[in-house]
Ligand binder design. Structure first.
Ligand code: NDP
Length: 365
């Protein structure tokens, strides 16, 4: 399962945003089905924000390759790309193909670096085919099996979990680690690494089946549901010595329950706030900003946001550790595989209501 550093580094960079170029349009019998951003959502997106359309596939010029999408990764960050305003990464323009990391097969090549049949990691987006000049496209290490793992535990979400927990959370043996979205692509890896580091791990998830999976399969000490009205009381009972690390994936009611339990010198890696991605305005008062700042001050709490693309310097260690853990069965990994590109919009929307159980991936071809 080992990967060489160069392949993985470049693979991940591709998955996080490398841009491929378009060839010149020419008459061709092949057709590309693609999903574009039809309109910008206000609040929660709907399937009407997307449009599936067919377009001719450009014929290749020298140096270009034709990529056929095998697997498309669907991730919460794509919600931010649908907004008009720029965030840490550029928005998707209206009528442009939705962005996304892919595992693709080289269907045709006029580039000496790639040959037909090669599997590569790319950022082809929500479409069946893409013409690329090869920049940012890297061969997939054949030891990554199944290949779709390059979009999850051995790709961007896995690295996110690794650097967020180890570099920012700095867990120590015997400490209590709490995390939300704890069975998802990032969370499931965070919780298992925390167990490997000798911590007590309490997960927060939605459905009971997810909570059971967290304990029975992932080895967490306990997992509670954020659907329960008494979640805060349950969490307090499970954390008699307080919380040392809270890996923030969600915000909302999970953060509300965690906040009073944070210990002095607690660490809070702020990875994601999925409970808030569809909000259009701040919630009504009272304004508790000064209370939050006071707590951070008096308890010497470290809260640090992070974007995984700023941590590529950690790839060698990540590759070394994670590939070993997965190969040895120390880190288990679950995919939620949806078949068919046309299913992508509905599956993506499901991320915001907990419909996915594991890393959400679309099998495109
Ligand atoms: P997941 O696979 O965990 O899927 C999202 C899950 O979030 C859902 O299944 C659901 O789980 C939970 N969820 C959705 N809406 C809510 C809500 N309103 N309240 C509570 N829980 C909710 O996604 P990922 O692992 O890919 O991403 C997890 C987080 O990490 C996201 O916030 C994402 O944006 C962030 N992220 C950040 C990165 C960075 O560089 N900082 C990189 C990658 C991801 P459940 O059913 O258990 O409630």
């Amino acid at each position: 399962m080992a990967m060489n550093r160069r392949d993985f580094t470049l693979t991940s960079m591709a998955a996080l945003g490398a841009v491929a170029t378009q060839g010149t349009l020419a008459s061709d019998t092949k057709t590309n089905r693609r999903i574009v951003l039809a309109s910008r959502p206000i609040g929660k997106p709907t399937v009407d924000n997307f449009r599936i359309e067919a377009a001719p596939i450009p014929s290749l010029t020298d140096g270009q390759i034709l990529l056929k999408t095998r697997y498309l990764s669907l991730d919460p960050y794509m919600r931010g790309r649908m907004n008009a305003g720029d965030s840490y990464a550029a928005r998707v323009e209206l009528n442009d193909v939705m962005v996304g990391g892919t595992v693709s097969e080289v269907a045709d090549s006029r580039n000496p670096t790639f040959k037909r049949g090669d599997l590569v990691s790319s950022y082809s987006g929500w479409q069946e085919y893409q013409v690329s000049d090869g920049s940012g496209i890297r061969a997939l290490d054949p030891r990554i099996q199944p290949p779709s793992y390059a979009l999850g535990v051995l790709g961007m979400p896995g690295l996110t979990a690794y650097v967020g927990l180890l570099d920012i959370g700095e867990p120590k043996p015997g400490e209590t680690v709490v995390l939300a979205a704890s069975t998802g692509a990032v969370g499931s890896v965070v919780g298992q690494i925390a167990k490997l580091k000798g911590c007590r791990v309490i997960g927060i998830a939605g459905a009971k089946a997810k909570c059971d999976y967290a304990v029975d399969e992932l080895g967490y000490d306990a997992c509670i549901s954020h659907y329960d009205d008494d979640m805060a009381e349950q969490l307090a009972a499970l954390c008699p010595d307080g919380i040392d690390v809270y890996f923030e994936n969600v915000g909302g009611s999970s953060w509300e329950a965690v906040m009073p339990l944070l210990n002095t010198f607690a660490r809070v890696p702020v990875c994601g706030l999925i409970a808030h991605y569809n909000e259009t305005e701040l919630p009504p008062g009272p304004d508790r900003m000064s209370m939050l700042q006071g707590m951070i001050l008096t308890k010497s709490i470290k809260m640090q946001g992070f974007i995984v693309s700023n941590y590529f310097n950690r790839l060698p260690d990540f590759v070394q550790d994670m590939s070993g853990w997965v190969a040895q069965g120390k880190v288990k990994y679950k995919e939620d595989m949806v078949t068919g590109l046309d299913k992508a919009p509905e599956a993506f929307l499901g991320l915001f209501s907990g419909n996915n159980f594991g890393k959400l991936v679309v099998k495109v071809s």
